[in-house]
Design a protein around this ligand. Structure first.
Ligand code: UT7
Length: 329
């Protein structure tokens, strides 16, 4: 039997209309455009409307990706959605997206691997395609972090925004698409980046002195920063090695967009030229699972990556988790 590959047949994105610029944060916390620009590299981020939730964003990005792939919602056999901010415990966000799309022939489930989520979802969906179980899959990364952000905490509130990105995977007999993935987790370091659900420990409560419900994001920024730079380097090297590709052969690296300095640190360690690393953090900030697929979509739209070229998606995040995927477009 011929080997089956998981081709990227389409990409899509959705960003809410409302823009929060750095001047706005100067009015709500003790910060400045200069500090945010220099330390993080963000100028603007998007905020979902009060009645606009993760599944709304996810469905819009998915519709765009299906259109790009030339597929109808009924063609989709699998939907995997990655998020840390689904609006419900159940139904899952992916089931809500399925209903919104009318993708009645799909099985749908969520994945939570925080900012690495899209890469975990892509890796999972590609294995389903490669196994022959499904021919078409929709992979979505969607988050509404502004709904779980503490706007009294200057060390986190300036970082986050909302958005959704999606990719359609289809079975192909040509060697293309997702050629290899690397996933990793270190639960023992989970305490470095938290957002409480049903339980909040005394430590969680102490860490969030301003937050009313404790269901807001807290992190040890510096520790996550160091972890991020090292992991982005090692996960990129590992996936390239696994696929027998030299780093110098990569046409583009699309990293998770948490902080321009993290991206720059990883770029230098990998000895990559500036134009080989995609960065749009200044426009949207950190949108967790949505960053990588939105960046992928924009890289395609801008012609930064073309059919036949090779790229690596790489991310890190809460859990702690990390992941990378080597793709031939
Ligand atoms: O997606 C995965 C999760 N997130 C990340 O990857 C984020 C990783 N971490 C980071 O990006 C950075 O650590 C931050 C952007 C969060 C912080 O930058 P930093 O350069 O590591 O700053 P810091 O935490 O060392 O703080 C330096 C100073 C502190 O003041 P003092 O104690 O030196 O007086 C902070 O209170 O900067 C202060 N500070 C701010 N000042 C102005 C923290 N946030 C702000 C702010 N405006 N918004």
């Amino acid at each position: 039997m011929n080997e089956i590959y998981a081709k990227i047949a389409g990409v899509g994105k959705y960003l809410p209309e409302k823009v929060l610029d750095n001047a706005y944060f100067e009015t709500i916390v003790d910060t400045s455009d200069e500090w945010i620009t220099k330390r993080v590299g963000v100028k603007e981020r998007r905020m979902s409307a009060p009645d606009e939730y993760t599944s709304d964003l996810g469905a819009k990005a998915a519709e765009a990706a299906l259109k790009d792939a030339g597929l109808a919602a009924e063609d989709v056999e699998l939907i995997i959605l990655a998020s840390v901010s689904p609006e419900m415990y159940t139904p899952s966000c992916s089931c809500m997206v399925q209903a919104k799309l009318g993708a009645k022939n799909a099985a749908a489930f969520d994945i939570n691997a925080a900012c690495s989520g899209f890469i975990f979802a892509l890796a999972t969906a590609s294995l389903y395609i490669k196994s022959g179980a499904y021919k078409n899959a929709l992979v979505i990364g969607a988050d509404t972090l502004t709904k779980i952000t503490d706007y009294k905490d200057r060390s986190t509130c300036v970082l986050f925004g909302d958005g959704a990105g999606a990719a359609v995977l289809t079975a192909s007999d040509k060697k293309t698409g997702v050629l290899g993935t690397v996933l990793g987790s270190d639960g023992a370091q989970g305490n470095l980046l938290t957002c409480c659900g049903l339980k909040a420990s005394d430590e969680d409560i102490e860490r969030r002195p301003f937050s009313d419900n404790k269901r807001t994001i807290w992190m040890d920024g510096q520790a996550v920063f160091k972890f991020a730079v090292k992991t982005m380097e090692s996960a990129t090297i590992e996936v390239a090695k696994k696929c027998g590709v030299d780093i110098s052969e990569l046409d583009l690296v699309i990293p998770h967009q948490a902080n321009k300095r993290i991206i720059e640190g990883a770029r230098k360690r990998l000895k990559l030229e500036h134009d080989k690393v995609f960065c749009n953090v200044e426009k949207y900030g950190n949108m967790s699972a949505a960053c990588v697929p939105i960046a992928l979509c924009e890289a395609v739209e801008q012609g930064r990556i073309k059919p036949g070229e090779k790229l690596v998606l790489v991310g890190f995040g809460g859990g702690l988790t990390w992941g990378s995927a080597l793709i031939e477009l």
